[in-house]
Design a protein around this ligand. Structure first.
Ligand code: SF4
Length: 418
């Protein structure tokens, strides 16, 4: 099989992994070396189905010996198989880099016989790249569940970022759909990387670790998912939890039908909630609870929280704490900081807030002193909910439906919903 034929099979097999956005790592080219990583991260591209793919995003092999029901590369699936040699991976990467096609490598793999065997091959590929070709650019490597600590150590010395995919939001679902995987084997690399980084070696997985969860393949609620994500951030210090709307690839009574659509709007809401937890100091249990375990399809999670907590509003933007400002729909991290500075000089009115970047069409229901506003979330949350849905969010939904695949993917990765 030619390299091109392998490339076709193994880039296609990698496209379902969403955990590949940029890392924030900064490194100049080493002396005599080639490549650098900068905080802008690696280049991204978007495949035809809207998935984010980093160039070069590739599998070492799709000849996986595991049988995860949700995966196109499962052993029981009848698809063409291919495996790169370590030298092929390294040569391909460096050649594409030299031609300016890529700025980094995202290397994952199916399980080739065993986790350790797969990790050894990946290590070999990265050693050739780093040592023989003196490649100093960005590398993201997948930690295969069950890999032994010595191999994780070496992989972490060679890669900038690593990820161990949690895949399904509960142990029960993992047991049902990925019978060869144990939750503890998925979590073990996360714990190892956390502990090694805590020892202070700056060159070990310098861009941190991430994970991916498949959304909509199994019955877990949004509450289950964001609670798990919150736990992973807290316990393992992850940089990112990626959510990947399940794309049906298998006929299986435990999975959504083959003709069902990937739940992209749900994925989008989860990214918005993730953003709120990481940058707005929201807790999972504030956003959802057992009585409301799913996000509102028509309202972003922050607006949804606000209309469900009328007791917090209206907020006096001239006196409120930074933390309270962040809770106001329409106020983002940047505009909240600007408010904190600007109000030292003078009292802020609606016009001043708009100039500071506050989205007044949302904020007006939740703040004191927005001129001409009769409707307040504190007085009539149901009416404000209707207005919010009728206004911006109704438009967003229709936009979302018509959105080109690439734009949809960008929306999904970010998630700020000030
Ligand atoms: S281990 Fe499971 S998810 Fe990973 S490639 Fe193999 S079948 Fe797919």
């Amino acid at each position: 099989m030619t390299t091109e034929e392998k490339l076709k099979i193994l880039t296609d097999g990698a496209k379902y992994d969403a955990a590949c956005t940029s890392s924030g790592v900064e490194r100049s080219a080493c002396a005599g070396g080639i490549g650098s990583a900068n905080s802008g991260g690696i280049c991204h591209a978007f495949s035809a189905d809207g998935r984010c793919i980093s160039l070069l995003k590739i599998l070492m092999s799709n000849a996986c010996c595991y049988d995860c029901a949700y995966c196109v590369n499962r052993v029981s699936n009848d698809v063409p198989r291919a495996t790169f040699t370590p030298e092929e991976i390294a040569t391909l990467t460096i050649n594409l880099y030299r031609r300016y096609y890529i700025e980094g490598l995202f290397l994952s793999s199916g399980v080739l016989g065993s986790a350790d065997n797969t990790a050894q091959l990946m290590i070999k590929a990265l050693e050739i790249l780093r040592v023989k070709y003196r490649f100093c650019g960005y590398i993201h490597a997948k930690a295969i569940p069950g890999t032994s600590p010595q191999l994780l150590q070496r992989l972490g010395e060679l890669a900038d970022r690593m990820s161990s995919n949690i895949e399904l939001p509960s142990s029960r679902s993992l047991k049902l759909l990925a019978p060869d995987k144990e939750r503890r084997d998925v979590l073990a690399p996360m714990g190892f990387i956390r502990d090694k980084k805590a020892e202070g070696n700056k060159n070990f997985v310098r861009a941190g670790q991430s994970t991916q969860m498949i959304i909509g393949a199994t019955p877990e609620s949004d509450l289950n998912i964001i609670t798990l994500a919150q736990g992973l951030y807290r316990t393992y210090g992850l940089k990112r939890v990626f959510f990947s709307a399940y794309i049906p690839v298998a006929e299986n009574s435990l999975l959504p039908a083959l003709d069902s659509k990937p739940p992209l709007l749900r994925e989008h809401r989860l990214y918005q909630a993730d953003w709120l937890m990481r940058f707005y100091d929201f807790k999972a249990e504030e956003l959802l609870d057992e009585s409301r375990p799913y996000f509102n399809e028509f309202l972003d999670p922050k607006c949804n929280w606000a209309v469900n907590h009328p007791e917090v509003f209206p907020v006096d933007v001239n006196r409120a704490s930074y933390k309270t400002l962040l809770r106001v729909p329409g106020v983002g991290v940047v505009s909240a900081r600007r408010i904190m500075v600007a109000r030292r000089q003078r009292r802020l009115d609606a016009a001043a807030l708009a100039r500071l970047g506050v989205v007044m069409k949302r904020a007006k229901y939740f703040i004191d002193g927005a001129a001409g506003i009769k409707l307040r979330a504190a007085d009539d949350p149901a009416a404000v909910t209707r207005e919010l849905i009728r206004g911006e969010n109704a438009r967003q939904l229709s936009l979302f439906d018509d959105m080109p695949a690439g734009v949809r993917a960008i929306e999904g990765k970010g998630g700020e919903n000030k």
